[in-house]
Design a protein around this ligand. Sequence first.
Ligand code: SAM
Length: 488
Amino acid sequence: MLLKAIIVSDAPKLATSSCIIQRSSSRRKPLSTSSVPPRASRTNVDKQTTTTDGDFYQVLQRYSTLYRIVLARPMSNGLILDEWQRIYIQVVNELGLLLDGEKAKQCCMRLSCRLLVKGPEGFVQDPNYHMETRGSLYDAWETMDGLTSSNWPGFYDSGSGSIDVRIVATHSKVSQKACCPPKSIYIHISPVFEEPYSFHALPLVIGPVEVEAEKSARTNDTWGADRQSKAMHRAFCLDQTSMSVFLIKEGWMCGTPGKMWDSALVLSDMLVNRIRHQPQYLEHRRIIDLSAGTGSVGLLISSIYQRWFPDRMPQITLTDLPEALSLIEFNKNLNFNSDINANVRIEPLEWGNIDHTTHIANSGPVDLIIASDVVYNPSCFSLLVQTLETLSTPGRTVIYLGYKRRGLKEEDEDQFFKLCSANFHISLVQKNQMSDGFGDWEREQAPLVRDSDDGKGWMGILPSGRTSSLGNPQETGVRVYRLTKKIN
Ligand SMILES: C[S@@+](CC[C@H](N)C(=O)[O-])C[C@H]1O[C@@H](n2cnc3c(N)ncnc32)[C@H](O)[C@@H]1O
């Protein structure tokens, strides 16, 4: 398959995402039913007929405005103080597709690096050690890989780049021999958003990495498989003063649940901005992050409440297929202590499984269901809708459905919303919306909207303390729908 061939060998595999992508049919039917909710206006790309794999690849690329920095090659998970180590990285979209063409040529991104250690209130910068960085000079054979030498660490007119790093003691009084370097650190690599480094991408956090003061027999062989790591995380800013962050581990090889999809980023943006401005918004609410994947949206909400508004903590249940729960569990344990267990639960929920759904529904009425990027497989639509119906209470439950068109046929899209419209009011979330069909509690708080002015700072903070965003969340291609159950 051409699409597989495009992905460089060690980059996250598109194959893991294959079930979320379906080729659009070459003919599009006009919108057929009045039950279909209002759509965001379609782009030329939407209307375009895609005929070849190459065209389809271009369509998948053009739907992307949110990019991620990922590891291009595994890196050693044992670092020696004061020794340079090169980290090979790439810029990809949510499907793992490497930047190409004009986009790649525009990719001028300087990176900065900081060391994170786990503290009582999230991951914070290591006070004793820091990371020095430099641009990389390549040997002739390496330039064949698409890499170019650069004066700065990062990307230079290319989606492939690198950063040379070394860990050094911050204060000269910290004697490297006397003071043991931190055993387990995380390396936070983030873009510097300053002219001319204008390209944006989600920062990358790698680790845990062990740091040793001197080369030991064990670290001599840094190429050994047991010393290689591809563990990648995304970071969210929790506190701009302490610059503490919340980490979500991704498992790009674990299939669709293994990474944060664009809808999860957009929904996090909307919800986190609302909570920041209006902490009572989700106070003591019962929330389900349905098919949570990495668990990012639900865990981020819990984390913000725990950090800033512990007295208002909502009850959050994260669900997914049984085989997908271990990553959510991992991310919960990565960020929280066991005392969070009363407020954050992880439960199996396969769409249409009566036992799973009933178990969750029996725990009490649900206020908010976050359904991020769950609409992609037409064979599951009726079970998914049935599950949403069982979990919803009229007048109370509000569902936020994040959907990004990737290749689902238009008639399938229509079919999904037609199924929903039998029992749900559906509206596209945007500014200036009418308040029909809102949950009572949400009407009191004012409905959630997508606000382009709000998209600042949601992707984390820069070492300078300034916030960064990935641009206008309106341009992500993600549409957010609100569904509320009709009163029969
Ligand atoms: C594209 S991922 C979205 C993950 C996450 N919500 C996000 O937006 O990043 C789709 C999710 O649906 C889950 N899923 C797929 N089929 C399912 C089913 N039959 N029942 C329950 N969950 C399912 C997958 O495990 C995966 O976590």
